[in-house]
Design a protein around this ligand. Sequence first.
Ligand SMILES: Nc1ncnc2c1ncn2[C@@H]1O[C@H](COP(=O)(O)OP(=O)(O)OP(=O)(O)O)[C@@H](O)[C@H]1O
Length: 253
Amino acid sequence: MNATVIQVDHAAVGYDGRPVLRDVSLTVTAGEVVAVLGANGSGKSTLIRAVLGLVPLSAGSVTLFGAPQRRFRQWRRIGYVPQRLGAGSGVPATVGEVVASGRLARRGVLRPAGRADREAVAAALRAVGLADRVGDPVATLSGGQQQRTLIARALAGEPELLILDEPTAGVDAESQEAFARALRGFLAGGGTVLLVAHELGPLRPLISRAVVVHEGGVCHDGAVPEPAGHHAEPDHDHVHPHCDEEPAGLWSI
Ligand SMILES: Nc1ncnc2c1ncn2[C@@H]1O[C@H](COP(=O)(O)OP(=O)(O)OP(=O)(O)O)[C@@H](O)[C@H]1O
């Protein structure tokens, strides 16, 4: 059996005392691609922030690579792509600089970039199809290309686990395909993925398991729900996860 990469046991999270997640348990093993699905505001981002220790648990526990999260120090084993940078973040950095920043945790800020760093940055840019944009300011890229830049930054750190918050939301078809290709390469190298998604699109065949969050709890953990009803056309791949005990219709996401 593959090693456990993420284990969440009976976790509860709240903001300012308001509960958002309650009694959530989740296991991700090496080589899996687990998609977290659910309606807006159901707590998907909160769940992955809790896995990363970016929000504290009010109950339960998180284990990363077999270590209790509060004692875990090997953060370079994890690449994180947060939800989209707001438009006009004002960052004048070039694509190459942003991707190179993904090497910092590996090389230490004070050591100059070496050949391995440069090669990792070049490989990550090729993986997302942006090698020809290396010198361009990030602000001049489309939203989808900016998202690919953030994915390349995470890949450049050569992580074992990628955690992605809606990597394809509002991203054009070309960027979605580029992302699916990059993910395939990452998986072929033995990587593990936890991602939040609304539309699976070209990612669908890569997903090994879906976890559906509803009203702060996990109501489904298993096969990827099929697109339903009039959304079933091939070009419309919204996911409509249902839970047995819930009436249909509550689930549109
Ligand atoms: N930093 C915060 N402070 C206070 N409340 C928050 C914070 N972040 C999220 N929330 C609230 O927690 C709930 C869950 O939010 P979360 O972002 O986890 O949902 P989500 O499922 O990822 O939603 P979406 O699909 O819209 O991204 C929402 O009601 C949200 O308003």
